[in-house]
Design a protein around this ligand. Structure first.
Ligand code: SF4
Length: 358
């Protein structure tokens, strides 16, 4: 019996009813796949619905202001996904006449679309016989096929993809890929899987060997680096300084003035003066912590009162602008700035605070 049969039969019986499973529209499937990367399904549901209300078609997404797209993404993290989402929508409009390319290579050519997403969209929307192997599927497949080598290694990943591809049915490849993901999400989860309930129990190598909980093999990763970050709220007359970041991690998002590896407010004050923002340190506002993939920000929130209105040159040099509390609420901010934004709002609302007086 082909290995796809018990898996597809199980999938047909237990599949979760998810909004993106009611469509073969490549735009909607692609959107859900990008959102589901590194984000829980339950969280994605609300974002997915809101995104489609704001941008019902790929054309709407392509022509929307970037800030609106980033704002709609706020809270999902990994903002490069949102920026690439819009770039890909623009590529679909400009290079593909408004229709998603129906080939694996064509999908792969879109910004932010890697082999996994191209495989998922290609198989689900277009019925292409291509695999969609993400971290969950590497786990399921390494157990099922009994791969006991480091799944972080490219040659091991390639072998797993080849095994998955070989077992992909010509009929229903999209359902098969989704069934693998569903199995990874519901039974073949990290740690101790629920092999007794699994449709592959009798065929699975790891279930037979009894070592499923030990798979997949991961070589030890380096822990994220801890970084001290000073988040400086520079206020004057009920407005606060924000700057627009361009680098990969935070590109297109607004942050307050940030200094890495700075732990002394008096030193920060000197550096701010040198940058064209003469100010006085007026107090600490608390701490916050944010864990990125490779680093952990240990943040100190500091308040500085600007001595005068920043010059256009100083603002231009840092991509900065002074914004009110209302304007701040409308800007896309990374999740790492959430505590600082709350502190800023509290400062800006204080009627007789130094923020009011400059
Ligand atoms: S039998 Fe167990 S280890 Fe094998 S695929 Fe099923 S849940 Fe995973």
């Amino acid at each position: 019996m082909p290995v796809c049969e018990p898996l597809l039969a199980w999938y047909d019986a237990v599949r979760r009813d998810l909004p993106w499973r009611h469509t073969r529209d490549p735009y909607r499937i692609w959107l859900s796949e990008i959102m589901l990367q590194q984000t829980r399904t339950e969280t994605v549901k609300a974002y997915y619905a809101r995104f489609l209300t704001l941008f019902p078609t790929v054309a709407d997404l392509a022509r929307a202001p970037q800030e609106q797209v980033l704002k709609a993404w706020e809270g999902l993290g990994y903002y490069s996904r949102a920026r690439n989402l819009q770039k890909a929508a623009q590529a679909v409009m400009e290079s593909h006449g408004g229709a998603f390319p129906a080939s694996y290579e064509g999908l792969l050519s879109l910004p932010g679309v890697g082999p996994y997403t191209a495989g998922a969209v290609g198989s689900i929307a277009f019925g292409l016989r291509v695999p969609a192997v993400d971290g969950n599927v590497y786990r399921v497949a390494s157990r099922f096929y009994g791969v006991r080598e480091d799944v972080g290694r490219p040659d091991v990943q390639r072998r797993i993809r080849e095994r998955v591809t070989a077992d992909l049915p010509a009929e229903r490849p999209g359902d098969y890929n989704q069934a693998l993901m569903e199995l990874g999400a519901t039974l073949c989860h990290p740690g101790e899987p629920d092999c007794a309930s699994c449709p592959w129990h009798d065929l699975c190598d790891a279930a037979g060997e009894g070592d499923a909980a030990l798979l997949p093999v991961h070589e030890k990763k380096r822990p994220p680096r801890r970084v001290d970050v000073a988040v400086c709220l520079l206020t004057r007359e009920s407005r606060v300084l924000v700057t627009r970041r361009e680098e990969r991690l935070l590109g297109g998002l607004y942050v307050f003035w940030i200094m890495e590896d700075e732990t002394r407010p008096e030193r920060a004050e000197v550096l701010l003066r040198e940058a064209g923002f003469p100010c006085r340190f007026t107090g600490e506002l608390g701490q916050a912590r944010h864990v990125f993939t490779h680093r952990i920000w240990e943040m100190q929130l500091w308040h500085f009162s600007l001595e005068n209105e920043p010059s256009p040159q100083a603002l231009e040099a840092c991509g900065g602008r002074m914004v009110s509390g209302v304007e701040l609420r409308a800007l896309p901010l990374p999740t790492a700035m959430r505590a600082a934004a709350q502190a800023a709002q509290a400062l800006l609302q204080r009627p007789s605070s130094p923020a009011q007086n400059g």
